[in-house]
Design a protein around this ligand. Structure first.
Ligand code: KG4
Ligand code: ZN
Length: 348
């Protein structure tokens, strides 16, 4: 069985083709055409510009995916696409492409929630061309930390989601991006702040707030932390590189402390067996290490899984894998007449 997957929820035009045979997944193509340069001067993604770039990049990205996969369009069995959440004009380009292909090739479609993709990419064993599917026992707690979302999601079984905590304002990645803007750094801020913090070699000397660290729920809030960084920056005349590195390291540590504490607390409460990470912020090495260390201390039986860095940020392979799980569950399979996108789609 071959699945073609299309992802356009934000600023990456992504196409993947996978083949599934004897429970093995062959990654025939996984192409990400990034728009980072286009948006970087605006300090964030501009939805209309993203949609225009998706329109330009979509067919060349599809062509490249087919060239690499060496399969013919007649060999595609399903077309998976990101229904939401994301930027409305961006989602519509991917949705409409999938619809047009399904119509002309007479193939079924699979609706995929972008966050299902970030979660299910963890089921891939290895990052090579031939992957097995991991056997991950439930309950699973997913920590989704991206530019648009920060959620703790409890899964009692495959494709069953309960959002048990989420941000009340900014997403974790959004906070990284806004702090980068305050520090006059480029977009996306996450990797730049991580590198600055690494250069600093210390944890950072500024005591920024840890919002909602001790709240009884599993929710988050990052907008106050971003404002605290803004007030801190105003104290300086000119920021030196080492000032910026200290602020970056101190900010990153505040985010990590909250993410780690809430994830461990939710894991204890729901007695989960596995934790999976997903979304761009989960590429952060300091976060991965500190979560691993805290888990080893407080919940040594709980396994932590995270995707290789290239699969933590947006890609279409994750949409293909989540699509495959929908096929296994016999759900979300639709015809071209039923295609719609939903920028506020929630996991359920
Ligand atoms: O999942 P993703 O690629 O797109 C969304 O679905 O939003 O996540 C992008 C976000 C951006 O906010 C970016 O700054 C952040 O992930 N990010 C990171 C790192 N790499 C990307 N944040 C912290 N550390 C990183 N290494
Ligand atoms: Zn994403």
């Amino acid at each position: 069985m071959n699945i073609l997957a299309i992802e356009t929820s934000c600023d990456e035009t992504a196409v993947a083709i996978i083949n599934i045979q004897d429970e093995k997944i062959r990654v025939l193509a996984n192409i990400v055409s990034s728009q980072i340069k286009l948006h970087s001067k605006f300090g964030g993604v501009v939805p209309q510009l993203a949609a225009r770039a998706h329109l330009q990049n979509m067919v060349p990205t599809l062509q490249e995916a087919f060239r690499q996969s060496r399969i013919d369009k007649n060999e595609v069995d399903y077309i998976a696409f990101t229904k939401g959440p994301g930027l409305a004009p961006a989602l519509m380009i991917g949705g409409n492409t999938a619809k047009a292909l399904a119509f002309s090739w007479e193939k079924p479609l699979i609706e995929v929630n972008h966050l299902e993709g970030h979660i299910y990419v963890n089921w891939l064993e290895g990052s090579g061309l031939i992957c097995n599917l991991k056997d991950i026992s439930f309950p699973v707690l997913a920590l989704i930390i991206s530019g648009g979302h920060t959620q703790l999601v409890l899964m009692k079984n495959n494709m069953q989601f309960e959002i048990v905590g989420e941000t009340l304002d900014d997403a974790a990645g959004e906070a990284f991006d806004k702090v980068a803007k305050i520090l006059d750094l480029e977009y996306p801020g996450g990797p730049i702040i991580e590198n600055l913090a690494l250069e600093h070699k210390k944890k950072g000397s500024i005591k920024f707030p840890r919002p909602m660290l001790n709240s009884k729920d599993f929710n988050f809030s990052f907008s106050g932390l971003k404002t605290a960084v803004l007030y801190e920056v105003r104290k300086y005349g000119n920021l030196t590189v080492s000032d910026k590195a200290n602020i970056a390291a101190s900010f990153q540590q505040a985010v990590i402390d909250v993410l780690v504490a809430k994830t461990i607390k939710a894991s204890q409460f729901y007695k989960v067996k596995n934790i999976v990470l997903g979304g761009g912020v989960s590429a952060n090495q300091a976060l991965r290490q500190q979560l691993e260390t805290s888990l080893n201390k407080s919940l040594p039986m709980v396994r932590l899984l995270y995707p290789p860095k290239a699969l933590a940020t947006d890609n279409a392979l994750m949409i293909a894998v989540a699509g495959y799980f929908h096929i296994l569950q016999k759900q979300n399979i639709i015809s071209w007449q039923e295609v719609s996108t939903d920028s506020n789609l929630r996991l359920k």
